[in-house]
Design a protein around this ligand. Structure first.
Ligand SMILES: [Zn+2]
Length: 340
């Protein structure tokens, strides 16, 4: 609020500074500076009194308004909310629910294993980038060389919001972002939660974790891809393994491969984990399609790269011989405590 009279203006500034420091905000209305202004009215020539008096009253109203605001703020502040507390913090301690101590909890096995996986890739020079849980059509399909209305989109049936946002069906949604923000040589692993419209059974869940990997540099070929994944699997399963690849189809890689390590459970003698074939078809991979590199701002005539996506639950299931993927999200303490 502006005041024409220099005297009122000066007093207004002083009073506002004082107001901030006051414990009892109403005391401002009894401040000597305000009283002095009222006293001053009487000393002025008759022609000036009305205008000056009006300004002093305006200042008083402004201060009253400040006092009212401060009081309503104080009322709101009384009932605090702590969104991180598992109970209403305004409830007295004796009425709060009994909580388990921190020793009763442990890390979820998926997160423990993800930590180990990321450590192995960090040792191989890969940076970890976090994926996201809601995305758009461009990152889910368009940037990954899926033509509009192409039947390959049907393989990624997931959940969509009313606004057209997509719960990502794979971590490849991050490829375009990684290419646009990092300069070759690019070595990145991207863990993330994925979603599919699946009929849930021992092998399929509607929500799962995936680990994407991308490597882009000059002269990268399929030999680099196979050697990188083989090195990872040896370290993760702590076993010497053989690998097998066979042709596959993904719109975002060319050529696309299905990658299968030898069964770490039966050493290829045949067991239920490998369906008695000796091989575990574990992940999809391939050399990144030139269209995908170009869309990410990377010149495919200068650079090539490879990418893969692997289900984290599946890796952990194979490592520990877990027969049902539903255990991970069941909250079953008997299952979870085996990993504590
Ligand atoms: Zn086997």
């Amino acid at each position: 609020m502006e005041y024409k009279s220099p005297e009122v203006k000066k007093a207004a500034q002083q009073l506002k500074v004082k107001f901030k420091k006051l414990e009892d905000k109403r005391a401002i209305l009894r401040a000597p500076e305000l009283g002095a202004l009222y006293d001053r009215i009487k000393t002025l020539p008759a022609g000036e009194r009305a205008a000056f008096g009006k300004e002093v009253n305006r200042l008083k109203s402004e201060l009253e308004q400040l006092v009212r605001q401060a009081q309503s703020f104080k009322l709101k502040a009384l009932s605090s909310i702590d969104v991180t507390a598992p109970f209403d913090i305004n409830v007295p301690p004796e009425q709060r629910p009994q909580l388990l101590t921190a020793e009763n909890g442990s890390r979820h096995p998926l997160m423990t294993e993800l930590g180990k996986i990321l450590n192995i890739f960090a040792g191989m020079g890969f940076t970890a980038v976090e994926s996201r849980e809601l995305d758009d059509d461009y990152h889910m399909f368009g940037s990954l060389n899926f033509p509009k209305d192409h039947p390959a989109r049907d393989e990624y049936d997931t959940f969509v919001t009313d606004e057209g946002l997509i719960a990502p069906a794979h971590t490849s949604i991050m490829q375009n972002r990684v290419f646009k923000t990092m300069q070759p040589p690019i070595r990145a692993v991207i863990p993330g939660r994925c979603f599919r419209n699946e009929d849930v059974d021992a092998r399929h869940d509607h929500t799962f974790y995936q680990l994407e990997g991308v490597y882009v540099d000059k002269g990268i070929h399929a030999g680099h891809l196979i050697a990188t994944l083989k090195t990872f699997f040896k370290k993760y399963f702590q076993k010497d393994i053989k690998v097998k690849t066979q042709p596959f189809y993904f719109p975002f890689t060319e050529p696309s491969l299905e990658f299968a390590p030898s069964c770490v459970f039966c050493d290829q003698k045949g067991c239920s984990i490998c369906s008695h074939t000796g091989w575990i078809e574990l992940l999809g991979c391939g050399l990144i399609h030139p269209n995908v590199l170009r869309e990410g701002g990377i010149d495919p005539t200068k650079y090539t790269g490879f990418a893969w996506g692997v289900g984290i639950e599946r890796l952990v299931m194979i490592k520990y011989g877990i027969e049902d993927v539903r255990h991970f999200h069941s909250g079953n303490l008997k299952f979870l405590r085996q990993f504590a």
